[in-house]
Every structure is written in structure tokens, then in C-alpha cells.
Design a protein around this ligand. Structure first.
Ligand code: PMP
Length: 379
């Protein structure tokens, strides 16, 4: 039997862009990166300043790379306001491997873990955790088609749970937690793959955060993990070396060869975020950008948002048109106008506009204008 792919981005028509031209990219991931970051990477591709070699050609144990990884770690610490008892790691295997590593490290045989499920990625996390031990579903909004996040009152939390896991932003459904759930004294674990560094969060309420880099942080192939000391201390002995978080903490993510290029890009992206006014600045931009598209959705009945308004994502905007033929036409015409990557995930259908940190406001404005024009002609 064929394994189902975890790919987020469906196949679709490609745009023909002329050499060097950049079109508006609404891909769910890998996704748009800031132009100044790409330009700097291009300029330094053959030779890092003062090094004479590309970042891809130097040892991960060299002093040059040490500067880069230290800067990336310090920047994430600074942006997220992380206290000293947190470690920042750069691992591989994607966010998908974290679905397994979290329970392998923190779900003992005699315990149970709480999972709050608000979409497809949360379900995948549950599937892997169940291989390791007991899982309790603290809340799920699947029955309504994953259109919202649960309220705090709806959470059936076990005060003795090993940890409580949730997905801050469900990339496929476009459903985002607006507030951090209160897990009481239970360690809170979050998959933040599609909204990390998009807004300020109360970092010290999280015991572990993980995120694949390929949406808000950098290229695919590197996963950021942020872990607090007290949770780390709970990992059992005898885990496989590479699957044990302590290995990576003790070796500053250099136990084996990390994705050096990916870490370099993450460092540049962090500098770019600082130049946008850090997380408060980037949050303002993200709200303004999403507002342009949600306004176009809300203006009429032609477009129907998938998520309920108070659970709407500021990163992935999901909506339907009156029928599938119009949706197909919408994607085709948008693609022809160089608005790429808008076809929704097959499990939700319709349209999905992913507008991560690096997505320019002009892209959102162009999409909102296109939506109004498309409705005028077809509504
Ligand atoms: N969690 C979320 C919220 C995601 O959006 C994705 C990828 N789209 C994943 C997990 C899986 O990430 P990866 O492909 O890095 O394993």
C-alpha cells in the first residue's frame, strides 16, 4: 500500500516567469523567503566575507561556522525572549520526526500524554505518539471539519499527563490558536512549524517548541527545537543517540553534521526579522496582510472562509468558492496573473493563501484585488 505523503503543497500549474523575475508566491512550504536574505546569500555564495569559501564548503566545527550557529541561536533567543534554561537546537528529519522524538523522550510507559487536535498535523502527531505509549485526546475539533480551536473550557486536561501537545497553527486547515492554552503544571509542547516567529508568544510557558524551517525560518532540511531544562531531565536512558535530545543539547547541535546552509539562512532570516521591528513589528505586518485577504472574503457570500473568524490563521488563509469549477478557474486565472501556489490542500479543497512573514504586503494586495475582480466577473 502506498504511504500517504505529508507534502503540504499540491501539484499545480506552473507560472512562466522571465529570468530574474519574482512572482507572488503563496506556497504553504517550502515558502517565500525575504528578498534581502536571498540577495545576501547570493552575494556570499562563492565566498563568505573574510573566509574565501562558501558556507557549504566549510567544516561545521570551524570557527567560521561557530560564529554563524552562535548568531542564529542568540538571535532566536533574543527574538523569542527565551530564558536561560532553554536550549535552541537545529535538528534534521523535519517536524515529522519530532512527532516521534517527543513521545520517545517524554512519554513513559506508565504515563499518558494529552493531545489537542485542531487539524491534519495534530492527527499525525497523535499517530506517532500512540506507537510509544498512551495518548488522551484533550480536545478535537475534527467533527466540525477542523474549523476552530477549542476554548480553554473545552480542554479535558489530565493534571498528571506527561505533557500536553498542540499545534499552534494548522497549515492545511488554516486554524490558529490566538492564545496559548493553559496546561496547568503539565509541560506544554507545541508544533509551531507554520507560525514560529510570526508574533510574540509567552515563551516561558512552553516546555518544548519545534518547527520545520521551511515556512517562516529558512529552507527545508532543518528543524528548530527549543527545549527547557526541566523537561530534558525527564528523558529516559538508553534512547538511540540521535533520537535523544540530550545528545544535541550536549553537543550544541553538532553531534553529527547539521544542515549548515540551512542554519546560515535561518541566521540571516533572524536578522531580517529584527530589522522589521522584531516580533511585534512582524505581527503588525502579518495582521495587516491577512486583513487585506480576510476583508475580501468577508465582503460578500461569494467567498466562504474555512476557519471560524476567531480561529482564523494569519499565516494560511483557507476559503471556498461557490463550486469546484469556479475554484479551478480561480487557481488557473490567478496563476496566469503570477499569483502562484493558491490551490488548497486536497483534504480541505478550495483555496489556500499562505502568507508567511516574508510574503510582501503587495502580494496580499494583489490577491485581494484579484479576488474582487474574479467575483465581479463570476459572482
Ligand atoms: N507540522 C506542521 C504544522 C506543518 O505545517 C508541517 C509541514 N507542512 C509539518 C508538521 C511537517 O513538517 P516536515 O515536512 O518538516 O516534517
Amino acid at each position: 500500500m502506498a504511504m500517504t505523503s505529508t507534502a503540504d503543497t499540491p501539484q499545480q500549474a506552473t507560472v512562466h516567469a522571465s529570468a530574474g523575475e519574482r512572482i507572488f508566491n503563496f506556497s504553504a512550504g517550502p515558502a517565500v523567503l525575504p528578498v534581502p536574505v536571498l540577495e545576501q546569500a547570493r552575494d556570499e555564495m562563492l565566498s563568505l566575507p573574510g573566509v574565501g569559501m562558501s558556507v557549504m564548503e566549510i567544516s561545521h566545527r570551524s570557527k567560521h561556522f561557530d560564529r554563524i550557529i552562535t548568531s542564529a541561536i542568540e538571535s532566536i533567543r533574543e527574538l523569542m525572549n527565551l530564558p536561560d534554561n532553554y536550549h535552541v537546537l537545529f535538528l534534521q528529519g523535519g517536524a515529522s520526526l519530532q512527532f516521534s522524538m517527543v513521545p520517545m523522550n517524554f512519554l513513559p510507559q506508565d504515563a499518558s500524554a494529552d493531545y489537542i487536535v485542531t487539524g491534519s498535523w495534530g492527527k499525525k502527531a497523535v499517530k506517532e505518539a500512540k506507537r510509544e505509549g498512551k495518548v488522551a485526546i484533550a480536545a478535537t475539533t475534527e467533527e466540525g471539519g477542523f474549523r476552530r480551536t477549542p476554548t480553554q473550557d473545552e480542554l479535558r486536561l489530565d493534571p498528571n499527563a506527561a505533557y500536553c501537545h498542540f499545534t499552534t497553527n494548522e497549515t492545511i486547515q488554516g486554524v490558529q490558536f490566538q492564545l496559548t492554552p493553559d496546561s496547568g503544571g503539565v509541560p506544554l509542547v507545541a508544533d509551531m512549524s507554520s507560525d514560529i516567529l510570526s508574533r510574540p508568544i509567552p515563551s516561558d510557558r512552553y516546555a518544548l517548541i519545534y518547527a520545520g524551517a521551511q515556512k517562516n525560518l529558512g529552507p527545508a532540511g532543518v528543524t528548530v527545537v527549543i527545549i527547557r531544562d526541566d523537561l530534558l531531565a525527564r528523558a529516559p536512558e538508553g534512547l538511540h543517540t540521535m533520537l535523544d535530545y540530550r545528545t544535541h543539547v550536549e553537543n550544541n547541535s553538532l553531534y553529527n553534521t547539521p544542515n549548515t546552509f540551512g542554519i546560515y539562512i535561518i541566521d540571516l532570516v533572524c536578522q531580517w526579522i529584527k530589522a522589521q521591528g522584531s516580533l511585534p513589528g512582524i505581527e503588525n505586518q502579518n495582521r495587516e496582510k491577512a486583513g487585506l485577504i480576510y476583508d475580501a472574503i468577508d465582503a460578500t457570500d461569494f467567498y466562504r472562509g474555512h476557519a471560524e473568524p476567531d480561529s482564523r490563521s494569519y499565516m494560511n488563509i483557507t476559503f471556498r468558492l461557490p463550486n469546484e469549477d469556479l475554484e479551478k478557474q480561480f487557481v488557473q486565472e490567478a496563476t496566469a496573473q503570477k499569483l502562484d501556489g493558491l490551490k488548497g490542500h486536497r483534504s480541505v479543497g478550495g483555496i489556500r493563501a499562505s502568507i508567511y512573514n516574508a510574503s510582501p504586503v503587495e502580494a496580499c494586495r494583489a490577491l485581494a484585488d484579484f479576488m474582487r475582480e474574479f467575483e465581479r466577473k463570476n459572482g
